[in-house]
Design a protein. Sequence first.
Lengths: 228, 228, 284, 363, 363
Amino acid sequence: MNDLLTGVQTAFELILAADPEVITITLTTLRITFSSVLIGTLISIPLGAAITFREFRGKKTLISIIQTLYALPTVIVGLLCYMVLSRSGPLGDLKWLFTPNGMIFGQTILIIPIMAGLTIAALQAIDPIITDTIRSLGATRLQFLKSHLREARFAIMAAVIVGFSRAISEVGTAIMIGGNIKGHTRVLTTAISLQTSMGNFNLSLALGIILLAIALIINLIMGFVQNR
Amino acid sequence: MNDLLTGVQTAFELILAADPEVITITLTTLRITFSSVLIGTLISIPLGAAITFREFRGKKTLISIIQTLYALPTVIVGLLCYMVLSRSGPLGDLKWLFTPNGMIFGQTILIIPIMAGLTIAALQAIDPIITDTIRSLGATRLQFLKSHLREARFAIMAAVIVGFSRAISEVGTAIMIGGNIKGHTRVLTTAISLQTSMGNFNLSLALGIILLAIALIINLIMGFVQNR
Amino acid sequence: SAEKVDTLGEHSEDRLLIATTTSLDATKLLDLLEEKFKEDTGVNVEHVAVGTGMALEIARNCDADVVMVHDRVAEDKFIDEGFGVDRRVIGYNYFLLVGPENDPAKVSGLNGTAAFMAIEDAAESDPSVVFVSRGDASGTHSREKLLWKWGGYDYADINVSPWYREAGAGMGQTLTMTDELQGYTLSDSASWGTYESNLSLVPLVENDEKFLNVYAVMRVNDETCPDVNTDAAKKWINFMISDEVQDILSTYGVEKNGVPYFSPGRGSADVMGVTDEETKDPVV
Amino acid sequence: MIDIQDIVKEFDGNIVLTGVTETIQRGEIFAIIGPSGQGKTTLLRILGLLLKPTSGRILFEEKSITHLSDSDPVRRRFGMVFQSPVAFKDSVYHNIALGLRYRGFSKEAIREKVLQKLDEIGLTGYENRKATTLSGGEKQRVSLARVMVTGPDVLILDEPTANLDPVSTEVIEDLIRHYNKNLGTTVILSTHDLMQGQRLADRVAVMMNGRFIQSGPIFDVFTRPCSEDVAKFIGISNVLSGKIIRKEEGMSVILVDGTEIHALAEDPVGTQVKIAIRPEEITLHTGPDRLSSARNILFGIVEAVRPFGIISLISVKSGDLVLSVQVTWQSIKELDLKPGVQVTLSFKAPSVHIMPDENSHAC
Amino acid sequence: MIDIQDIVKEFDGNIVLTGVTETIQRGEIFAIIGPSGQGKTTLLRILGLLLKPTSGRILFEEKSITHLSDSDPVRRRFGMVFQSPVAFKDSVYHNIALGLRYRGFSKEAIREKVLQKLDEIGLTGYENRKATTLSGGEKQRVSLARVMVTGPDVLILDEPTANLDPVSTEVIEDLIRHYNKNLGTTVILSTHDLMQGQRLADRVAVMMNGRFIQSGPIFDVFTRPCSEDVAKFIGISNVLSGKIIRKEEGMSVILVDGTEIHALAEDPVGTQVKIAIRPEEITLHTGPDRLSSARNILFGIVEAVRPFGIISLISVKSGDLVLSVQVTWQSIKELDLKPGVQVTLSFKAPSVHIMPDENSHAC
Ligand SMILES: Nc1ncnc2c1ncn2[C@@H]1O[C@H](COP(=O)(O)OP(=O)(O)OP(=O)(O)O)[C@@H](O)[C@H]1O
Ligand SMILES: Nc1ncnc2c1ncn2[C@@H]1O[C@H](COP(=O)(O)OP(=O)(O)OP(=O)(O)O)[C@@H](O)[C@H]1O
Ligand SMILES: [Mg+2]
Ligand SMILES: [Mg+2]
């Protein structure tokens, strides 16, 4: 319990002291998380929309598979991406292993299933009469998509929040692909793991609090945007 | 890439050979995951419903906080639960540290925010006229809840699937509270981490495939139940 | 060992919990010894394998009965704080310096300290020379820091050098990364044994006295932690320095690794730089 | 039975109900009519215990029910059918059984009641259909059945037949009447179908500007609108201004745009009044003057014929006066009515409805 | 302009449209009436290019549009308003502007059109309101405005005024007529309000059992229903069976339940026929026999009075015949009509509508 208090205290000290290492870690985290959420969104939303609005054989099975992939352990994603990005792997030439780019790659893959799945759920929840109205007003494909996203904006926003949360809080992929290299690929979660393994529990908690503070700010901003 | 193929092959071998260690790990995983999803559901759904259907000051903020907690890193949850369950912690007398019960405790806490958050989203998506109808038909509090859950069953089921996926795929809490004790608290994800750290990538993948197979079966069953 | 799964999820009464470092766990030696111990004493032994720092922290919180680590500096601090008692040395092996086959820093054949100096030297001019550090305050990391110190460097300078990569990860992860970067790293021999086959790296400096890696066991002080299973802990320590276990150590791993993972501690007090008592006196 | 006391309702600063007061008797059918967006649904939702008024009280059997808890048993004595049909994502059977399930009826009792209700609403055989795929009218009937099957003491219906064809409407109206007569159910409904209001209701209230601008027995309201707005709303389209100039044979003679009109007005000579004459109460003849007992006989020229199907509206100009007259298409054909034709209009004195000149006075 | 060719639609083995064929002319107003659940909405959704028929074709300007891609520009020439109002979770302004945005109008052009349309539907000042909190009628008007503002060539309206009061209905009907007259918009609408069908439409089709059982100019359909079902549906409640027993003065004399009725029937003597007489086409008198030019004069006794507000339905028994007669409440009061009173009924020969005895033959 004491650790918790000192953790909070340490968090404030770190923030107030503008500890350069913490700042670097936080910036790296933000950069990687935002990039993967952005790319993940750009992929998941059209993907989810295509699955929702198209009729094809095996659609239900595909959705089940996407939902299954929610359970993909981050280490497995990390491992698979490692194999792909490794020097001996198919994308070895990119030299993305142990770089932020590699981490963005891995986290994007990690969050696509849940973001696409929640997008599908969000779009399926729209009253069919809304779809009919949009179609009969003569929307082009893009307008059709935009109007649906707008109508389901709360649920889509929630999907993005879930994707963001998953990306910022996961550690398995980050450590497998990034390697937790100090000053380069160390992010909040890998730093937390490291501090924990070193027994520095209060420092871990301090970093955890910083991470949650970031998430809270993002959520409040999103909530503010939603309510406008 | 080769690892991937041998991983699939190894997975089949392990399953076909009914490897006793793998069976133990899988059963432990199922037991812990199901328990935490069950307890998590029993807590999150009433919690989500209470938040959805009650008006109180700070409701929006509370929802933002719940959404923020989606981003709670599993290690942090593990660490906090560790502090609580440690012999020097407030619940030390339970002696749950490094036991499956402790892991259930930790995972339940881990999945409550996202399950409650998605429950809130599911219930908020119900057309208010449905709520009015249920109220005006004279439902008791419990009937009111049941009818809403039934109406939102797809989205609620999705919330449960997300909770299940998070529980079965996370490793930070499991390792911090369970300790990955062989034959006792070793679950699929901690075993995967261990095998990965030992460089047995194809064994990791094999365990990952088993994990996904379980998730797929659960999803197909849920999908089947949904469609009835 | 499925019978160990306790359906209630509670500890069975006679249960000994060991907090240990991952390198010990990776050899599966503990699994073997735990079964033997159970046969001998009826005590269920379980271990959690975590980083050295965390292992000691768990013990400080009274959550483990026995600690097994390989970091003399941290161990001494732990004992001085009054948490650890009855330290015994169980065995040793050597860290090894591994690196790329072409060995750009030409460390092969050098002794431990000289090899580190050679790496620093080469790295200043040759950008292909990279050193990867565990960077996780583990026993291995501790030794690496010592080696820099012994080479006459200030670790704070080394730590910020462009060729020095702090992985902040376990041994396996660090080895994988070193392999990818074709760099140098210090590894414990047990981890190397399990990882070797996946890697293109080769051992360049082995069995150097500066690379000596001593594994110790101690129990958690029952005065600071009254709930610990002191009886079983003492039995475990005595078991570890018993002839039975020491004999196992002398052959364990030969099948898989060619050579044993550990050398028994008994009779090698001078090699390890510890007192004879620490290798053989049973605790009471 | 239900006392509505000065109910005010505000949504985000927008006052929708400005003070509604009315007493509804046990066992009566009370209809609310009024233009779109005037607060009918809002009031019904307050009566249905779904919305709390900003101020004012509702008494039910002398007890206030304005701030009822969600689990109060009084709720079960009220049933409400909403303006837009409500379909749960379930079978039609489940949709109708819901309220019975809430009340703990046995499986068999529910089955019997639901099947009987399905029969009554003309949807026998629909029990296993998904309610969400029903047609508009089918959904509306299911929504009605869901509430009716619980046998509420007070039935609140918001536009119950808006989506129904005349035949289904008749079925539903008969059901409502049946409940009202045989079970003593008090019925409060809103409707846009003025004929429905007249067919069903004992009393009617006209909601305008967030309050009951007029209420009373249907005959009174439909024959004696209290203002020009009400008159127009209930379809009395000939609303004219005039002044009582003298009394004659117990009747008042009113000068309207230079024409003298006889009416049964109590007001003294000199009073400025508004008069209204329903287009269907004016008889139209052509050809030679015909004898008629009607007190008012005017000669005029057809200005325009607006064919509205079976019934057409014809504008006739008589002096400075323009009157709308309702005729059937048969008459149009037989009398060859078209602009320019000379016609005679006649209407009786009691057909002339007198209203005060200023809206504010009576309403 | 629109050729509907043998459209069949099946939902999960349930055949809803059994073969609809009809040609709709450019610029006409075509109304579909029919009982609930008979396929009106389904057909309109097919015409609105939202649903593919199971078989059959739709031609638009001679080109098949049955399987149109979602992005085909022809879509923009069609506009459809749905039976239940649709409100996007946005401002009223955004709701109405949507179709214009799709068409790439400039911000200013959109603003101008939307504000004008808001004015036309009587919702000026509502632009910033959240559409989901509107009243039923307000939502329906917004739904209409959203489509109308895009100026489609073909306007498909599914029960456009179901949620509207008479005054708003008139506003909307005027708008529809305006579009039809001034812009040449072809209008296809379904309605439960038979009067609306008659007021608005050029032609009307009666949908029963998944097809158009009768279609034609409104006058024809409303005066000469082709079957008893149609007759009943359009409110001709006196449907009786009889046989032509002889011809007299160019008219047929039909024996119905022992009573002779004169009608204008072409069928030969001996034909079994159904006849129908609208309740409003029968005149009722009391007291001494009155002279009347009507060919049919019957004497009877009032059996029941069903007060339906302004208009009441009275059942009169004449011999074995029971007829419904429509009278105003004034008449009821003046003639003191109540069960047991002796009355005279009269109706002209042309008021007797002749239908073949078997439904299947004509329809
Ligand atoms: N939740 C709300 N927030 C803001 N305004 C509302 C809300 N609900 C209703 N209103 C407004 O209150 C007014 C009255 O609405 P109400 O639904 O009671 O009208 P109504 O008489 O039933 O109309 P209609 O005949 O169209 O159904 C409308 O102008 C409506 O827009
Ligand atoms: N998706 C569907 N699946 C199954 N049945 C359907 C579906 N849509 C409509 N139906 C059925 O088809 C029939 C015709 O429906 P439709 O909505 O066309 O009727 P309608 O004539 O418009 O009725 P209303 O006057 O009640 O609006 C109804 O019995 C309806 O239940
Ligand atoms: Mg309303
Ligand atoms: Mg319909």
